[in-house]
Design a protein around this ligand. Sequence first.
Ligand code: ADP
Length: 496
Amino acid sequence: MKILFAASECAPFIKTGGLGDVVGTLPAALAAQGAGVAVVLPKYRGIPREWKRAMHPRLSFYVNLGWRKQYCGVETLERGGVTYFFLDNEHYFGGESVYGKGEFEGERFAFFCRAVLESLPHIGFAPDVLHCNDWQTGLIPLLLNTQYSNLPGYERVKTVFTVHNLAYQGVFEWAGVRDLLGVDEACFTPDAIEFFGKASFMKAGLKFADLVTTVSPTYAKEIAGDEFGENLGAFIRYQVREVAGILNGIDNSDYDPKTDGGIEANFCAEDFSGKQACKRALQEEMGLNPDETVPLIGMVTRLTEQKGLDLVECVFEDIFFRDVQMALLGSGERKYVDLFNWGAFRYPGRCGVYIGMNEGLSRRIFAGADMLLMPSKFEPCGLTQMIAMRYGTLPIVRETGGLADTVAPYNEYEDTGYGFSFTNFNAHDMLFTVDRALGFYGDRATWARLQRRAMAMDFGWGSSAREYMGAYEKVLSRAQTTAEERYAGSAEEEQR
Ligand code: ADP
């Protein structure tokens, strides 16, 4: 079985969040299960020079985009049993940042989707399944179904579309999408890609893929509802045959406190002395008072509303009435940057803040903190809590999406679970849960037991990779459906 991943980011080449981690680790896990796997992604300017040097130029061709022809170079490299294809075009991917704003963003990824499909006959890798990820690749299933499905080499290719975050949908002017890609007017309806008068790349993926998946079982249910459906709940309920929820995994060998060379001292569940050393080093690095006994709450997060930072803001001072320290690493919206910078000023020695992306520091926080606070409003899967648990750092989370699927709350009566969680999106419920965690932190024997339990959990890719293999097999065994049949299907659905 041959799987080609198409994505807008992939660690270690380029990453802005969990999508990069997943595309960086899942393909190797699938390769380990016997699949032939390749990944295609844009060749961004921001890819570190050492990786660019390792790439081999393979070929180039021109992509028809409206009235223009755009150059597309293909460069490759091999890593861990996976082939990576980088699509090169300075105009689209030569900018400072990975993502941008405005209609040009739509054009960039329209180009990418078209270029991925156009590259197939040239790259020497004929996929059985094209696995697309998030809105940036959403037009691939649409184009494949409506423009390529009768062409030699494309007839049998199936598509899987994974939603990593439904909140980002890629909505652009229809006129632009139509002109760039020649998308059929029939697609611009509410039961296909029309979305409040514009064209939604996310809807294109959801509607036209052979299988839709998302990154946790709970999020799969949530997105079909109105609260977390981001205005697509009803569309998902009525237009998407099935949303499979397959939990993300992390790379257990990379995130291993026993061997991680990036932390102050290594440690394991039998001996936490190394973790104490990590805590001391973290306190020093982040300007916190050197005190091993005070509970240290870590946060590693994008600074966006999604991550529940409004709850933290609401009870910020209450948190610091308690005897705690906080270490925050994050980047994002100004108002949250201001909040935490103000916190560092207001509570010197107790609130350490680093604004920006810093992979090394993120590991030192996972290893050195006692708890990880992640009160997300919604969370498709969340990797941060899983990584923290690997390092014996207990999560305090809101019960949503993947957080609900991965953090079993501690039940002191039955002595089960290894984390702390609350249900309602309410700042005082969060504060109460922080207090619960602080209470148990004082009981060293209980705390160590929970740490050991969390560290014993297997959040690796093994079982999820097997689930993906099962999903691919299911898709491949399905009879080919044409775009017309799909329309007929959705019309029947509507009549019902
Ligand atoms: P999301 O994808 O919504 O940002 P996840 O928890 O799924 O959230 O994944 C976030 C990933 O990005 C984790 O690997 C986390 O360690 C990393 N990360 C988030 N913020 C930063 C930062 N400021 N510096 C370094 N890594 C970060």
